[in-house]
Design a protein. Structure first.
Length: 241
């Protein structure tokens, strides 16, 4: 088979609930299901940021990530990723890059490819990756999307999902210059939106519950464009609590 999987907001962490210390491993269980699916259908994985819950994750979470990347590497299936706000490593001016540098913990493993401001191709379609970008810079970056981009992979607070009442949005689809479809992390619900001008945006949501206000139903997307008998995009439900 072919196509690709898109998932975001893994928030890999040993536990989530301070009041329920015995409830652990939810994000690990979901990530394993996603990798199982990629291997079953023989397709690459595109990951849309906030893959770790914080810039310096716990050792168990790093080990789990490496184990799953081992499985993708053994199957010869590429993994492409961007960074979100949670995992973005801030360094001093003496030491390194403030934005867009290597995601230090995903790059513990040699297999996944960081695609910030990079193009890559799957099934003949051009992708462009963009790490989470501060609000004062995001419009400029969206305007610089290369011509020919079909999928933009990003991690932002979009007006189309959040509106203007819950929190201040960082951007909106009218700022997108060239992409046909936007694959975004950050919003923890599974949904889609369009701008009425031919650009569609998809949010797979988080892979496990991160707050009591979230739905316990969690998903990732499988895109099978060009495969006869399958819908171009399917939301695959994860087994969660």
């Amino acid at each position: 088979m072919s196509g690709f999987v898109f998932s975001a907001d893994w928030h890999l962490s040993f536990g989530t609930w301070a009041k329920h210390a015995t409830l652990v491993g939810d994000s690990y269980h979901s990530l394993r299901q996603i990798v199982d699916y990629c291997i079953d259908v023989n397709c690459p994985l595109v990951a849309g940021g906030d893959l770790f819950d914080k810039p310096v994750p716990d050792p168990v979470s790093v080990s789990v990530m490496c184990r799953e990347m081992d499985r993708m590497q053994a199957a010869g299936l590429p993994v492409y990723f961007i960074q979100g706000q949670h995992e973005r490593v801030k360094r001093s001016a003496m030491g390194a890059v403030e934005l867009g540098g290597a995601s230090e913990w995903m790059n513990v493993h040699s297999w996944p490819t960081h695609v910030h401001k990079q193009t890559f191709t799957i099934e003949g379609k051009q992708f462009y990756g963009l790490d989470w970008t501060p609000p004062d810079r995001i419009e400029e970056e969206l305007a610089a999307i290369p011509e020919g981009t079909y999928f933009l992979v990003c991690h932002q607070v979009w007006r189309e999902f959040m509106g203007d009442t819950v929190c201040q949005p960082e951007c909106n689809l009218s700022m997108v210059s060239s992409a046909r479809e936007v694959l975004t992390g950050d919003f923890h619900e599974t949904t889609s939106a369009d701008n009425g001008a031919g650009i569609v945006m998809h949010s797979p949501g988080a892979i496990s519950m991160r707050s009591m206000g979230e739905s316990p139903s969690k998903y990732f997307f499988y895109f099978s464009d060009g495969i006869e008998g399958l819908r171009p995009m399917e939301a695959i439900q994860l087994q969660t609590r």
